[in-house]
Write a protein that binds this ligand. Structure first.
Ligand code: C2E
Ligand code: CA
Ligand code: CA
Length: 620
């Protein structure tokens, strides 16, 4: 027969039918295990390198790799293949929607300019078979087999047998979903799909236990809508529910761990922030910062029934560590805090203890210092080089430093968060952009430095400032070289709300010739759906993935996915925080072309940066 495997065709059919029989009797908590076994057996039978299942979202727009079997020595990819937009493989999607399998005996036979070719060739796949799982409601999933080391053409009867298997897996998964749904009702809120009070209570219990070991602080934040009752009366209960759902969705984008975010009751949400820090002040600063960001995100106007509705919210926070043993304590304390917040008129953040006052004294003096520093020109820019795979400089990133008269050179981590919080970032940001442009002008005629693009970091508040685009425009003043060299780095947090406004501002600057980079990519929302709609030219893979890329399969998969998707979208992809040759080599092997990190150079004052670029001697 035509199969490479030593099993006979008859044995294969027996295997398929015995697996299918087993499915019928599988309880829902064992479904994943049984599917895993099936993938294993089918994968081995066909000498495949990988067998896998993807499931589609209800609207079939997103898909995720849910089960994967890999042959010995083959790297797992599942972690990096979550929430992909299904239309990144339009041709396959069409076949799947028509309930037709995709059979690729030789990858070289499919058009080399298709996205699908890119996806397979990138993973060195030689042959592939993918069979869709369709239900009466539409496309449900897909079962696939990849061969890397050999070629294979599947016969019609083999394909039919795999389809049968896929069909049975599909029924099994559908049954599992239905049963899980019943379980969910006990722990999740039906309106928003968030965890309910019982589940968050369980999570607080776990946090208490782990704090006893780690002695880290945790925070429980209660968020409450101001004047929800009158909103309900004015717009009706359906609109009220809609508002809560939209707000839950915004929160969910920020807090992806499903069990750290809950709806406690009517208009009350809770966020559990685990293991924040071992320092109380640090914990307070971070939690307060988080609340401020959540406040911005949640109070952007809502569209309800065709109207724009403005709301305000209040926060009540309790900070707790492992000394507390009763789960009710954090709940009770944040409840007291939220009631105090409401009593003072709402639209505020209240800690249960008097923590804020401690913080605010520190902040006031820092703020005064910073205002003074702006007047006295104490801020300066350092530059970190970006290199290509041959260590050649290809760009630089401007990073702000505060030359403090008493405290020495301060890093942005110390003052940028305060500048953002106080709004001073708008002025500081303008200063930074002016300094960057001055430097570009100094380097303008230099054959090397005059060519290097320069990235400048832009904070969310700064970008949102209504005068931002016109300020930048006046700064570059139609000088084509400046516009070409200036790249603005924004972060995903900017994209949480009012994407249209963000795009409008970006478009204005892109029209002048400026470019945009999306910084710290991978740390924000898992969905990549907005990438396509933004006029970006670059993605920067966050340092947290890069630093584990040589050791951790999950980070590797994330980095690989960002690279593949970025490249498919025509974007430059930069790996930042590269510290070791191993990390660099691993990234080169994945197709990364631009690198930034201590392996090549730290950020340097302008004169030293010039010397570095001119020396053509960047080691790494
Ligand atoms: P970022 O934009 O992600 O900048 C990269 C940070 O990583 C810099 O820290 C850089 O020195 C550091 N870094 C670079 N390579 C390595 C490496 O190999 N290993 C490690 N461990 N770190 C590396 P820096 O200068 O302290 O800046 C921290 C953050 O402060 C920046 O992160 C950015 O978010 C913010 N920031 C810096 N300058 C500005 C600015 O001018 N404006 C605004 N709004 N934010 C800024
Ligand atoms: Ca940056
Ligand atoms: Ca970054």
């Amino acid at each position: 027969m035509r199969r490479e495997s030593d099993l006979s065709w008859k044995t294969f059919l027996e295997m398929i039918s015995s697996l299918s029989a087993q499915f019928v009797a599988t309880p829902h908590h064992k479904v994943d295990k049984v599917i895993q076994q099936a993938l294993d057996r089918v994968g081995r039978y066909f000498n495949a390198d990988r067998s896998y299942i993807f499931l589609f979202s209800d609207d079939a727009r997103l898909c995720s790799n849910t089960h994967e079997w890999c042959a010995e020595g083959v790297t797992e990819q599942i972690e990096g293949l979550q929430n992909l937009e299904a239309d990144i493989f339009p041709n396959w999607l069409r076949s799947f929607n028509d309930a037709k399998p995709v059979h690729i005996p030789q990858v070289n036979d499919i058009p080399s300019d298709s996205v699908e070719y890119g996806i397979l060739a990138h993973q060195s796949v030689q042959s592939a078979l993918m069979v869709p799982m369709n239900t009466k409601d539409g496309l449900f999933g897909m079962l696939g087999l990849d061969l890397v080391r050999t070629h294979k053409s599947w016969s019609d009867d083999e394909i039919a047998a795999i389809r049968l298997l896929a069909g049975n897996i599909c029924s099994l998964l559908q049954r599992q979903r239905a049963e899980q749904k019943i379980d969910r009702l006990a722990f999740f809120d039906t309106l928003t799909g968030l965890a309910n009070r019982s589940l968050i209570r369980e999570r607080i219990r776990q946090s208490l236990r782990s704090s006893q070991r780690s002695s880290l602080y945790n925070a429980l934040i209660i968020i409450d809508l101001d004047r929800f009752k009158s909103l309900n009366e004015e717009y009706g209960h359906l609109c009220g529910d809609e508002l809560l759902s939209q707000m839950a969705e915004r929160l969910r984008r920020f807090i992806p761990e499903s069990d750290s975010l809950a709806r406690l009751g009517d208009d009350e949400f809770a966020v559990l922030v685990d293991s924040v820090s071992s320092e109380l002040t640090d914990t307070l600063t971070r939690v307060k910062k988080l609340c401020e960001t959540l406040n911005e995100v949640c109070t952007e106007p809502y569209k309800l029934d065709g109207q724009r509705v403005h709301i305000s919210i209040s926060f009540g926070i309790s900070i707790f560590d492992g000394d507390i043993t009763d789960v009710e304590v954090p709940l009770r304390q944040s409840d007291i805090a939220i009631r105090r917040a409401k009593a003072s008129g709402g639209n505020t953040i209240r800690f249960y203890d008097n923590h804020l006052e401690v913080l605010s004294v520190q902040r006031t003096s820092l703020l005064q210092d910073m205002r003074q520093a702006l007047l006295n020109d104490q801020f300066e820019l350092h530059y970190q080089v970006l290199v290509d795979a041959n260590q050649k400089p290809v760009a630089c990133e401007a990073l702000v430093r505060w030359n403090h008269p008493e405290r020495g050179l301060l890093l942005p981590g110390v003052f940028i968060p305060f500048a953002e919080e106080s709004g001073l970032i708008v002025r500081l940001g303008r200063k930074i952009l002016s300094l960057a442009c001055e430097q570009l002008q100094i380097w303008q005629d230099d054959p090397l430095l005059g060519q290097l693009p320069m990235s400048v970091n832009i904070s969310m508040k700064q970008f949102r400032d209504p005068g931002f685009a016109s300020f930048v425009a006046s700064l570059v003043d139609f000088q084509p070289q400046l516009c070409r060299q200036l790249k603005l780095e924004i972060t995903e947090s900017l994209l949480a709300v009012n994407l249209d406004d963000v795009i409008t501002t970006m478009d204005k600057l892109v029209a002048l010739g400026l470019t945009f980079s999306l910084d710290d990519f991978g740390t924000g929302y898992s969905s990549l759906s907005y990438l396509r709609s933004l006029p970006l030219s670059q993605l920067k893979i966050d340092r947290s993935f890069v630093c584990e890329v040589a050791e951790q399969a999950q980070s590797r998969a994330i980095a690989q996915t960002i690279l593949t998707l970025g490249t498919n979208l025509g974007l430059d992809v930069v790996a930042e925080g590269v510290e070791t040759p191993d990390q660099r080599d691993e990234l080169v092997a994945m197709g990364c072309r631009i690198f930034q990190g201590y392996l090549f150079a730290k950020s340097l004052p302008a004169a030293e940066f010039e010397a570095l670029v001119r020396s053509e001697d960047i080691v790494g």
